[in-house]
Design a protein around this ligand. Structure first.
Ligand code: FDA
Length: 305
């Protein structure tokens, strides 16, 4: 209930204005977001890479409304990729993109072209791109786009969400040689017709998906902070005789950083998803929805306490 309310607020421009103009919560935003500028993202990336972690960078923004905004987002990624390369941070760091930030909702051809340009630039910089997954209304067109991008850039990663009923089948389809699949639970408010509603069902689906990905020939990227699912991931990796370099764990910037380091020190690959930019509102609301206890801290900072 609370999760649905927070996710509904994530789509409200009125609420966004309130939060953005409040003496907000610098601490809350700073916990989850590396900063507003490319330099902030580079600094955070350097720190993580020096600690032996890998990184995927997300320039915040979604639901772009004009071609100019979409092209400006593309330009931010091109600048970022050049800087990552110049500073020797590739291939440890790659980028994550949202097709809605590239105009998918109003011009699919435009967003596909801009995504391809980012993939070209990533290849020039010696790294890869992963295409984030948004709500279920765009699952099919996003997977089509990933398949198209993979023709020229086979290392392009895709994201599958275990809360969707279709995802176990998608995992089986994508678990092929050369494919990189990030498996997450899913962060949007979805109807019962397409998505499991109970946490237990989402978790059970996640386990079936781990199984399909570990059994297959692709490169699984287990994106979760859930200790039980991390244990099950390690168990299935050893069951299917996977070497530590044939899969990775992924976690969000600012969430369970001690666990990120523990896994990395134990010899596993861990990639941290680092968001940056000033369009942090939607991202922040999804993080609050995942852990309503964070809401108390957030409301306190909204009240300036
Ligand atoms: P769960 O929410 O059950 O959390 C398990 C534990 O982790 C909690 O008990 C708590 O300890 C900790 N935790 C989790 N969230 C927290 C928070 N916000 N603050 C503090 N502690 C927290 N989703 C999507 O729909 N499309 C996408 O493309 C992506 N991409 C993506 C990339 C990466 C690298 C990650 C890690 C996640 C995503 N997600 C995503 C988000 C994902 O779908 C999911 O909402 C979150 O990862 C939370 O789910 P967990 O698996 O961590 O479990």
């Amino acid at each position: 209930m609370l999760r649905s309310l927070i996710l509904a607020a994530a789509g409200s421009s009125k609420m966004e204005r309130l939060v953005a103009t409040a003496p907000v919560s610098r601490d809350v935003v700073a916990r989850y977001v590396a900063g507003a500028a490319t330099e902030d993202a580079l600094r955070a990336t350097r720190g993580l890479v020096d600690d032996g972690l890998k990184v995927t960078l997300d320039y915040l923004g979604e639901d772009t409304l004009t071609a100019d905004q979409a092209e400006a987002t593309r330009d931010e990624y091109l600048t970022l990729l050049q800087a990552l390369n110049k500073q020797g941070l590739t291939p440890a760091a790659e980028v994550s993109i949202k097709l809605s930030a590239l105009g998918q909702r109003f011009d699919e051809e435009l967003s596909n072209r801009l995504a391809a340009e980012i993939c070209d630039a990533a290849a020039d910089a010696g790294t890869t791109v992963t295409v984030d997954m948004e709500d279920h209304t765009v699952t099919d067109i996003t997977l089509d786009t990933v398949n198209e991008l993979r023709r020229n850039h086979p290392g392009t990663g895709t994201v599958l969400q275990s809360y969707l009923r279709r995802t176990e089948a998608d995992c089986k389809e994508f678990a092929t040689s050369g494919s990189r699949v990030r498996l997450c639970k899913g962060a949007y408010s979805e109807p019962e017709t397409v998505a499991y509603q109970r946490r237990l069902d989402v978790d059970r689906s996640y386990v079936r998906c781990i199984d399909a990905l570990m059994r297959g020939d692709g490169y699984p990227m287990l994106a979760t902070h859930d200790p039980r699912l991390i244990e099950i991931g390690l168990d299935r990796a050893s069951w299917y005789d996977r070497e530590p370099d044939s899969f990775e764990f992924q976690m969000l910037y600012g969430i369970r950083p001690e666990e990120q380091r523990r896994l990395s020190e134990a010899g596993y690959q861990v990639r941290v998803y680092v968001p940056f930019g000033d369009q942090w509102y939607g991202y922040l609301m999804r993080r609050l929805a995942e852990k309503p206890a964070n809401l108390t801290m957030f409301l306190r900072s909204l009240a300036g306490k």
